[in-house]
Design a protein around this ligand. Structure first.
Ligand code: NOJ
Length: 527
């Protein structure tokens, strides 16, 4: 017994009340819009639409382990963690991680127990192509993901598959990685192999995960692969990722879409920036610029008719570049042909959302002496407090609402899936913070869908505690804890699994009483 009092009774009552949809006259609308109307109506009544995808999200390097098993090549994370363990705060790595390469059936089973009808994974590029190039095709890699995908489908779980979630083949990094324009074609070659192998069963593809985060940190000297020419390499990396995505989308249209009928999108982390001093108009304008540099940088070229970077971003970088003695802007330009390829090149936006980001002016920034991405924005993130939060509470569901409303208003986004949403802590099973966080965030979605915003799925990050990049295993995001002290990597449910499974199984907003403190809650849930 974990639900309090008469909550289950209430849920049953709400369910039967809300399942009564109004009758539509025969000539009301085309079947397509009828489905859309039904979605909106369901949401107005507090229900999630029948075809809504509820899932969990993971990535290959963070969970699989098996780093050198069955012909897998070396990734940049294998290389960095083996050769410079200090790269990661606790000197750890993903060599074994949660052992999901061998335990994928267990993971899929856990997802099923939660009530998921979808599961987002990523494919490890070096497991498929150990050197990164097609002439190194590894059949065992294909076989592994075949098994994973078939297992999901056998359990009525829709796979959502990311092609690049940061584990680039090391050999491609030796050639410059995402700073080299040739990577656009290397990525398309890899994508073709993956679409061909799995596209008969996979209908949702996310080409790249969090391109802006990867480029700003990885190509701004703060994270693997530690390319460090800030103000130059972030933009090169982003430029080539945009083109790689658009070219892979074009290739899918030309070679696979007719037969496979899938959707090709990408997952972007769009932060909601809040000025630390709302009375200061310059700082408020700076917060808008933050959204532009982190969000519109990718949204503007991909969604709608623009096909290019935001004007303000282009002008600002061009002006700063001139002041710094560059003969042209550090932000590369797209050709006319590239602009037409970028336009409307994305079937859905995968939105990764965690929390609002308070920002402040970049004081003492000297534009003539320092070339830097953050200098171009003119803003910095407010450093987090000891709880890892710049706000007193890391749960800011209102910012999810504002982000989605802004994206819906300013860009032509055909469909949104929330491909990541999550909360970190130190790994306690009584994870009240996470349970609350999920309840608060999921509760906002019917309201947004009721406004006509086409949100079609939600994926919690993450199913299990896993390798959290530069902070190793010190931050935990899982709904299930993983016992990293035993070879079995035992998975143990946390309290938040109850909140998630209640949403996913009832498909309405369940009631919870959050006034209880952690201990009382623990007793009441009876875990
Ligand atoms: C974003 C990334 O996609 C994922 O790899 C990471 O673990 C989560 N956010 C949490 O930081």
């Amino acid at each position: 017994m974990w639900v309090l009092g008469n909550v289950s009774l209430l849920l049953g009552l709400m369910d039967s009340l809300t399942s009564m949809l109004p009758d539509f006259p025969d000539n009301y609308a085309s079947p397509k819009s009828l489905v859309e109307i039904q979605r909106v109506n369901a949401a107005k009544e507090g229900r999630f639409p029948d075809d809504f995808l509820f899932g969990v999200s993971t990535s290959a390097y963070q969970t699989e382990g098996a780093w050198n098993v069955s012909g897998k090549g070396e990734s940049i994370w294998d290389y960095a963690t083996h050769n410079s363990p200090e790269t990661v705060i606790d000197n750890s790595n993903g060599d074994i991680a949660a052992n999901s390469y061998f335990m994928y059936k267990t993971d899929i089973d856990l997802a099923k127990q939660l009530g998921c009808n979808a599961f987002r994974i990523s494919i490890s590029w070096p497991r498929i192509l150990p050197t990164g190039f097609p002439n190194s095709l590894n059949p065992k890699g294909i076989e592994h993901y075949d098994n994973v995908i078939n297992e999901m489908l056998g359990r009525n779980i829709t796979p959502v598959v990311t092609l690049f979630h940061w584990d680039l083949p090391k050999e491609l990094q030796d050639l410059g990685g995402w700073a080299n324009p040739l990577i656009v074609d290397w990525f398309v070659d890899y994508a073709r192999i993956v679409f061909k192998a799995f596209g008969d069963r996979v209908k949702y593809w996310s080409t790249v995960n969090e391109p802006t985060v990867y480029c700003v940190y990885g190509y701004g000297g703060k994270m693997v692969p530690f390319v460090n020419h800030s103000g130059i390499t972030e933009y090169l990396c982003g430029h080539h990722m945009l083109l790689a995505h658009a070219k892979a989308h074009k290739m899918y249209n030309e070679e696979f879409r007719q037969e496979q009928k899938g959707k090709v999108g990408l997952s972007i982390s769009v932060p909601w920036a809040v000025a630390s001093n709302p009375e200061d108009p310059e700082e408020v304008a700076g917060a808008d610029r933050w959204f532009e540099f982190w969000g519109s940088w990718f949204l503007n070229p991909l969604f709608g008719h623009f096909g290019d970077y935001p004007e303000n971003m282009k002008n600002r970088i061009a002006e700063n570049s001139l002041k710094q003695g560059f003969p042209r802007s550090r932000l590369p330009e797209f050709t006319t042909e590239e602009i037409s390829m970028l336009r409307n090149s994305t079937d859905f936006l995968g939105l990764n959302y965690y929390h609002a980001s308070p920002v402040q002016k970049y004081l003492n920034y000297n534009v003539t002496s320092t070339v830097s991405f953050f200098g171009d924005i003119g803003m910095l993130e407010v450093p987090a407090n000891e709880n890892g939060a710049a706000f007193s509470d890391r749960s800011t569901p209102w910012a999810l609402v504002s982000t989605i409303q802004k994206i819906n208003k300013d860009f032509e986004v055909p469909m949104i899936m929330i491909t990541e949403n999550g909360y970190w802590d130190r790994g306690q099973l009584a994870d009240i913070g996470r349970a609350k966080y999920y309840h608060q965030h999921l509760s906002e979605l019917p309201g947004l869908i009721a406004q006509g915003i086409n949100i079609r799925g939600y994926f919690a990050w993450s199913l299990i505690d896993n390798f959290e990049w530069s902070v190793g295993y010190t931050q935990k995001f899982g709904l299930f804890s993983v016992d990293y002290t035993v070879p079995e990597r035992t998975r143990i449910p946390k309290i938040s699994t109850k909140v998630i499974s209640d949403f996913y199984k009832t498909r309405i907003i369940p009631l919870f009483l959050w006034s209880l403190n952690e201990v009382e809650f623990d007793i009441n849930v009876g875990l």
